[in-house]
Design a protein around this ligand. Structure first.
Ligand SMILES: [Zn+2]
Length: 695
C-alpha cells in the first residue's frame, strides 16, 4: 500500500487532544503539601492553571475521598461540589481565557500513598512512597485519572528535615520553616497524573551522569553502601545505550532511582523517578544469580515509552510494556551479547506457546490481556517488526513516533500508521498476526531464532536429532557439548536432558568450573550418587546463592550422616534479601537431631521472629512457609499472619489469606485464632470474624 504525502502531513499534525474534558486544557499544577506520617494525612493545596477552549458551565477533577477546605477561581471563592470521587467547580467560563483554580484540601489516602515503619520501634526504617499507576494519584491530590490530561507539575513537599524527600523534577530549593523542611521540585514538561510520585525515607545517594550530561541519582539506605555498585551496575551504560538506540534525547531534566520496602511491583517508571523494590538491592554474589539490570533498563525505557508518549487507554498498553520490555532486552544484548538476547526471546516464546496451547492466548490489543502478553508477546512483536522493516526504517519510525506524540498520547493505530508511512510498507499482515491474533505464532518465532542465533540453531538441532535417532543419546549430546563454548547452551542442555546424562558426564561438567553450568546441575539433581558426593559437596562453595541453597537442601536430604558438616559449612550465610539460605539453614538446624542443642532455642526464636511486620514481605513469606510445614505456628506467628492478611502488597496478602484459610480448616488453629481475636485491630477483626462465621 502506498501513502500520499498529503496523508502523511495530515497524520502527523493530528494528535490526541490532551484534556479530560474536550473544552478545558489544564496546563500547569503547583502542588504544595505537608505530610503527617503519624496520622497518615496529606494536607495542602494545588493551584491549576487551565485554558478554556470552548465555553463551559463546570470544570471537574478527580479526587478520591479528599476533604475540601477552600476552592477559589482567580482568587475568588467559587462554588465547588465534592462528590467523593470528583470535585466539580460550577462557574460559567468563557472560551480562550486562562484561569487559576486553587484547591486547599486534606487527604487520608487508603491507597496510592504507603506509610511504612512509623508505628514500630525500629529506627531508620520509616518510609512513605507512592504508586500512581493502577492506584490513582487522585487519592492524594485533586488530579486526573484520565491519562490523556497532561499537566506540568511542580511539587513542594514539607516534611521532617531528618529524612530525604525525593520527587519528580529538579530540586530547586529547600527551606526550613516551623521545624519542617520544604523541598521544592520543578518540572518543565507535562505528564499524566499517574506518573506523579514521591518517596521519603532515610536515604543516601550516589550521583552519576549520562554522556549527554543528564544527572542520574542512585539512592540507597545508609546501611547498604557496599551494595550500591552491584545493585546499580551498568546504569549509565544502559542510559547511554537507550539514548543512542532510541535516537531521541532523554525527555526529562534528570533521572532518579529509589528502592523502597515492600513495593507492589518490581519497579515503577514515574516521570524521572523510578521507584523499585529494595529486594533488588544486592551484593556482587547475588548479582550473578539475579539482578536489577533488566528492571533498571525496563523502567528507564518507559521514560520514553509510557511517560513521554502515553497510551490513550488499555487497548494500547503494548506501547508501554511491550516497548519497555523490548528496549530492556536490547540494552541487555548490548551488555551481555547476542546469544543472551535470543535465549531470553526463546524463554518467553516457550511461555507464550504454553499459553496458546492451553487455549489462553491473548491479543496484544486486548486491554484485559495478562502481563505475559503485554510484556513478552509485546517484545516479540517489536522484534519481528524490526526484522520485517529492517533496522534503518524501524529506528526512523520509532523516532518519528516519539517526536509526533511526545508529551502527548497515542494509540496502537497511531504507531502502526507512522511505521507504515516511514517504511512505505503495508503492515496489515503484521497487525493481524502479532497484534490481533490470540495465538502466539511459535513457528514464525522459531524460524527467526534459528536464523539469527547459533545457540538456538544448535539447540533445536540437538532436539531434532535426539528425537529421531535410535543411537546412544549421550554421544549426540556430547558432540553438541564439545562443539560449543556457550554457557547458556550448556546450561540449557543440562536443564533439558539431565536425566539422560551419565555420572561421568556430570562429573566432568561440575569440574569444568563454569558457575552457570554448575548452577543448572545443582537445580536439576535429585538423587546424588555416592560417586559424585564429594563433587556435589564442592558446589556448596560456589559463588551463587541459588547453587548454595539447592545444594545445602539436597545434600542434607541425601546424606543424613553428614548433616552437621553441611550445616557447619553454611552457617552465617544469608543469601538474597529474602534470606533464602538463612531461613533454610535455621529450619534444617532445627530438624537435625542433636545439632548444637544449646542453640536450638535461639535458632527457633530467630526463624519465628522473621514473620514479624518489621521484616520485608519476602522474608516473612519464607518464614511462614518453613514454620508451617516443619514446626507449626506460634501465637505470635498467627498474629503476624492475620496482620499479613491485610497487607498493602496484594501478592503477600493473597498468600497470607490462603494460608489462613488452610489453617482455619483445622480445629486447633481455629480455636487459637478465635482466642487471639482480642488482640486484632478493627480491620483484622472484621476480616477474621467473617471467616469464622462463614466456615
Ligand atoms: Zn513496565
Amino acid at each position: 500500500m502506498k501513502h500520499s504525502l498529503f496523508v502523511f502531513i495530515f497524520l502527523i499534525t493530528f494528535v490526541h487532544s490532551a484534556q479530560q474534558q474536550d473544552k478545558v486544557d489544564f496546563i500547569h499544577g503547583k502542588v504544595d503539601i505537608k505530610i503527617d506520617p503519624k496520622i497518615e494525612t496529606i494536607t495542602g493545596s494545588v493551584a491549576y492553571k487551565f485554558k478554556v477552549l470552548q465555553k463551559v458551565d463546570t470544570v471537574f477533577l478527580d479526587a478520591q475521598n479528599l476533604k475540601l477546605i477552600e476552592v477559589t477561581l482567580n482568587n475568588k471563592k467559587v462554588k465547588a461540589t465534592n462528590y467523593g470521587k470528583k470535585i466539580v467547580v460550577h462557574k460559567r467560563l468563557k472560551a480562550n481565557k486562562t484561569y487559576t483554580l486553587d484547591i486547599t484540601y486534606a487527604a487520608l489516602p487508603k491507597q496510592t500513598v504507603y506509610f511504612l515503619g512509623w508505628k514500630d520501634d525500629v529506627l531508620g526504617n520509616e518510609q512513605i512512597w507512592t504508586q500512581g499507576q493502577g492506584k490513582y494519584t487522585s487519592h492524594w491530590l485533586p488530579s486526573f485519572d484520565d491519562m490523556t490530561e497532561k499537566v506540568e507539575y511542580d511539587l513542594d513537599i514539607s516534611f521532617d528535615k531528618s529524612y530525604e524527600v525525593i520527587a519528580n523534577g529538579a530540586l530547586v530549593t529547600t527551606k526550613e520553616l516551623d521545624g519542617l523542611k520544604k523541598w521544592s521540585f520543578n518540572m518543565d514538561s507535562p505528564m499524566s497524573s499517574y506518573l506523579l510520585a514521591f518517596a521519603i525515607g532515610d536515604y543516601r545517594k550516589k550521583e552519576v551522569e549520562s554522556s549527554t550530561g543528564i544527572p542520574i541519582s542512585l539512592y540507597f539506605y545508609p546501611s547498604d553502601s557496599t551494595m550500591v555498585e552491584p545493585t546499580y551496575r551498568y546504569t549509565t551504560a544502559i542510559f547511554n545505550f537507550l539514548e543512542k538506540e532510541i535516537g531521541v534525547p532523554y525527555p526529562w531534566q534528570n533521572y532518579k532511582q529509589v528502592p523502597v520496602r515492600d513495593f507492589l511491583y518490581a519497579g515503577m517508571e514515574n516521570t524521572g523517578i523510578t521507584i523499585f523494590s529494595d529486594s533488588f538491592v544486592m551484593d556482587s554474589i547475588a548479582f550473578k544469580d539475579r539482578n536489577y539490570v533488566n528492571v533498571n533498563a525496563h523502567e528507564m525505557a518507559h521514560q520514553w515509552f509510557g511517560d513521554l508518549v502515553t497510551e490513550v487507554d488499555g487497548s494500547s498498553h503494548w506501547l508501554h510494556e511491550g516497548f519497555a520490555t523490548y528496549y530492556a532486552l536490547l540494552a541487555e544484548r548490548a551488555l551481555f551479547g547476542n546469544e543472551y538476547y535470543y535465549w531470553k526471546l526463546y524463554e518467553s516464546a516457550i511461555h507464550l506457546q504454553d499459553l496458546t496451547q492451553e487455549d489462553r492466548g491473548e491479543a496484544l490489543i486486548d486491554p484485559k490481556a495478562s502481563s505475559l502478553t503485554f510484556y513478552e508477546k509485546g517484545a516479540w512483536a517489536l522484534h519481528m517488526l524490526r526484522e520485517q522493516l529492517g533496522e534503518e526504517y524501524f529506528r526512523q519510525g520509532i523516532q518519528q513516533y516519539l517526536k509526533t506524540y511526545g508529551y502527548r498520547n497515542a494509540t496502537v493505530d497511531d504507531f502502526i500508521r507512522i511505521m507504515e508511512l516511514v517504511s512505505d510498507t503495508d503492515l496489515d499482515a503484521f497487525r493481524n498476526r502479532w497484534l490481533e491474533d490470540k495465538e502466539f505464532p511459535f513457528g514464525e518465532a522459531k524460524t527467526s531464532l534459528v536464523r539469527e542465533s547459533e545457540d538456538l540453531r544448535n539447540f533445536f538441532g540437538l532436539q531434532k536429532e535426539l528425537m529421531t535417532s535410535s543411537t546412544d543419546n549421550e554421544s549426540i549430546i556430547k558432540r553438541y557439548w564439545g562443539n560449543t563454548k556457550s554457557d547458556q547452551l550448556k546450561s540449557q542442555i543440562i536443564k533439558t536432558y539431565y536425566k539422560s546424562l551419565s555420572d561421568d558426564f556430570i562429573s566432568e561438567a561440575i569440574r569444568s568450573n563454569n558457575v552457570r553450568v554448575r548452577q543448572a546441575i545443582a537445580l536439576a539433581v535429585g538423587q546424588i550418587p555416592l560417586d559424585l558426593k564429594s563433587e556435589f559437596e564442592f558446589l556448596l562453595e560456589d559463588a551463587s546463592y541459588i547453587t548454595k541453597e539447592a545444594m545445602l537442601y539436597k545434600l542434607w536430604i541425601n546424606y543424613p550422616g553428614d548433616r552437621v558438616n553441611y550445616l557447619n559449612k553454611t552457617q552465617g550465610i544469608i543469601g538474597f534479601s529474602n534470606k533464602n539460605i538463612r531461613l533454610l539453614w535455621l529450619s534444617l538446624a532445627l530438624l537435625t537431631k542433636d545439632y548444637e542443642p544449646n542453640n536450638t532455642n535461639e535458632y527457633y526464636l530467630e526463624l519465628s521472629e522473621y514473620t514479624s511486620p518489621i521484616y520485608p514481605t519476602e522474608v516473612r513469606q519464607g518464614a511462614f512457609q518453613f514454620l508451617e510445614q516443619l514446626i507449626g505456628l506460634s501465637d505470635n506467628n498467627l498474629l503476624d499472619l492475620v496482620n499479613a492478611s491485610q497487607h498493602h502488597s496484594w501478592q503477600f496478602r493473597k498468600y497470607a489469606r490462603s494460608l489462613l484459610d488452610q489453617l482455619l480448616k483445622k480445629k486447633e488453629y481455629r480455636d487459637r485464632i478465635d482466642r487471639l481475636s482480642v488482640k486484632f485491630n478493627e480491620e483484622e477483626l472484621r476480616y477474621i470474624s467473617n471467616k469464622l462465621i462463614s466456615e
